[in-house]
Design a binder for this molecule. Structure first.
Ligand SMILES: O=P(O)(O)OC[C@H]1O[C@H](OP(=O)(O)OP(=O)(O)O)[C@H](O)[C@@H]1O
Ligand code: HPA
Ligand SMILES: [Mg+2]
Length: 186
């Protein structure tokens, strides 16, 4: 079982959201987005690295045509934001006049999306909205209002389904809360 591998390495993983729950939320989100954008096409902006599993599953459920583009942003060291959002790779597409939907795995402090939305808004999209799988409000520092939210959650640092702790555990199928166990081997 995927938990055991990390327990052996000193990380205690508590199941928070199963893949079945994630699938159900994605189906609901896809239906809502498809209905809102009926007759239009969407430019989907995937925020890498974390959102790649979510994006892959969501776009295949949408009933409107999409174009996909990617931006790579990073700001975390361990379980805390550094406060500086680095743009490691910008979009390739011109978003002017397009209906843009930004896909995120998680909104936490809100610093990443505040930076990205400011940047994208300056480029003149027809519409600009956010869809996040997880909205974690406990540590919010900047005002961000995602239009589409999969799961509103309490605190805890989450890993799995794209979410990482220092680049590890993204590949887990379910989403867990992670705690480092004393005496664990890394
Ligand atoms: O609301 P915030 O506090 O800014 O946190 C949310 C951001 O943090 C994570 O990205 P990270 O910087 O870890 O890069 P990653 O996607 O490569 O993991 C996550 O994927 C979001 O983009
Ligand atoms: O809870 C989290 N887990 C993984 N990455 C994150 N980036 C912001 N919050 C989180
Ligand atoms: Mg990360």
């Amino acid at each position: 079982m995927e938990r055991q591998l990390w327990l052996d390495r000193g990380f205690d993983l508590q199941l928070r959201y199963s893949k079945d729950r994630i699938n159900a939320e994605i189906a609901r989100l896809a239906a809502e987005i498809s209905s809102d954008f009926q007759g239009q096409s969407l430019l989907i902006v995937v925020v890498l690295k974390g959102a790649f599993f979510f994006a892959a599953d969501l776009v295949r459920e949408l009933k409107v045509p999409v174009e996909l583009d990617y931006v790579t942003l990073s700001s975390y060291a361990g379980t805390s934001t550094t406060g500086t959002v680095a743009i490691e790779k910008d979009l390739a597409a011109d978003i002017a006049g397009r209906h843009v939907l930004v896909l995120e795995d998680i909104v936490d402090t809100g610093l990443t999306l505040t930076r990205l939305m400011d940047l994208l808004q300056q480029r003149g999209p027809e519409s600009l909205n956010i869809c996040t799988l997880i909205d974690k409000k406990e540590r919010r520092q900047a005002e961000v209002e995602p239009k589409y939210v999969g799961i509103a959650c309490e605190g805890g640092f989450l890993v799995g389904y794209g979410l990482d702790l220092d680049e590890q555990m993204r590949e887990l199928s379910n989403i867990y809360e992670v705690r480092q166990t004393p005496g664990g081997v890394e």
